[in-house]
Design a protein. Structure first.
Length: 372
């Protein structure tokens, strides 16, 4: 049964103010309040559907700093990493003339919302109705960052497991390095966890949850893309990929590399690879981080990120962005950049996730379709 969140928010704030609390206790307290998971059914759970339109749902409570490290993956993967690797590689930022289109676009303008999950909203959001069929899918694509009545949530116990597993995955990434991590195989991840004490082996419940995230029918979440990688233990064939200088990312040789080179020829070095080949592990990390940021709402996470096994990044697609635009390359702000406008004038590219896509994923003008 859904409960109003107002009191939970108050309790959360109170907990947050309790600076003397130990971090673990604090996390436990936040989780224990039930501010995150809303049901106890297995597998996963839905919001109560019995109240229909009477249900009001407040914005997700602001996450406590204790969870901040969980989000490092998201920030470093698609933002800071690009920033770090490109800052020295590209002279564009420093050479752009003040007032030029390039300089103007390089200054990140406040965009609403750049990171919607950390946004605080005072007024309750109406819980969207969930009509069936194409209209519902398109509505969810438009309002990908909202909560719908038929969204699937993790329980509070599962959510705690999710956080623990994600932190472990992040430690593996820190250990092997961001570049290597992009193409790291699942078994290798388990081996690192087992062999490196600072990472620690994956617990049974962590493995069981990851297993379900890979094997459960993603269409139940509202994600309708096909499963392009069917084995969790799939390995990216190293001889078939190439690391793209200054990006930390890989591309498949052949069509993907050719397309990327053509884009760089036509648009110039303002365009950069922001995410290339992703192993199953990498997709796990991104999806799980999004699920954590979405308060355990797997459906909401799947409107922004394909569940593991379902990403075309695994078999050829890649993302491009504008040099210096950092994390904004993965937001609606990208559509306003010169790079995106020039991309859209090219007749040889395809966008995987259009405004009316069949997958149930938000509009992503940065995601280049390579595989048909
Ligand atoms: Zn993408």
């Amino acid at each position: 049964m859904l409960r109003p969140h107002t009191s939970l928010d108050a309790k959360s704030s109170e907990a947050i103010r309790g600076a003397k609390l130990k971090r673990r206790d604090l996390l436990k307290k936040i989780l224990g309040l039930g501010a995150i998971a809303l049901g106890t059914h297995l597998p996963y759970s839905r919001l109560s559907e019995s109240d229909n339109s009477a249900i009001q749902f407040t914005a997700e409570p602001e996450l406590h700093p204790a969870l901040a490290e969980v989000f490092e993956a998201l920030m470093t993967d698609e933002g800071a990493q690009t920033l770090a690797t490109l800052a020295s590689a590209s002279p564009i930022l420093s050479e752009a003339e003040p007032g030029s289109e390039s300089a103007a676009a390089e200054t990140p303008k406040p965009v609403t919302p750049v990171q919607p999950e950390s946004e605080t909203v005072d007024d309750p959001l109406p819980l969207a109705s969930a009509p069936d069929g194409e209209d519902a899918r398109l509505e969810k694509i438009r309002r990908f960052n909202e909560v719908f009545t038929d969204d699937i949530f993790l329980t509070s116990g599962e959510y705690a497991t999710l956080i623990a597993a994600l932190k472990r995955i992040n430690r593996v990434q820190a250990y092997v390095g961001h570049g290597n991590f992009n193409i790291l195989a699942f078994d290798d991840m388990l081996n690192y966890a087992r062999g490196v004490p600072e990472i620690g082996r994956f617990r049974q419940d962590e493995k069981a949850l990851m297993d379900r995230l890979f094997h459960d029918d993603a269409s139940q979440l509202g994600f309708f893309g096909k499963k392009v990688i069917v084995r969790m233990t799939h390995r990216v064939p190293k001889r078939e990929v190439i690391k793209v200088p200054y990006t930390g990312h890989y591309l498949y040789k052949g069509d993907a590399l050719k397309l990327y080179e053509r884009l760089r020829d036509d648009i110039g070095d303002r365009l950069i690879l922001t995410s290339g080949v992703r192993s199953v592990v990498k997709q796990y990390q991104l999806f799980m981080a999004k699920a954590v940021a979405s308060a355990g709402n797997l459906s909401k996470a799947s409107r922004s990120l394909a569940p593991p096994g379902h990403s075309y990044h695994g078999i050829g697609d890649f993302d491009v962005g504008k040099v210096g635009f950092h994390i904004n390359n993965f937001t609606a702000a990208f559509a306003q950049t010169d790079v995106c406008r020039e991309l859209q004038r090219l007749d040889y590219i395809g966008i995987r996730y259009t405004t009316r896509n069949k997958y149930g994923v938000r509009y992503e003008p940065w995601h280049m379709r390579v595989v048909l």
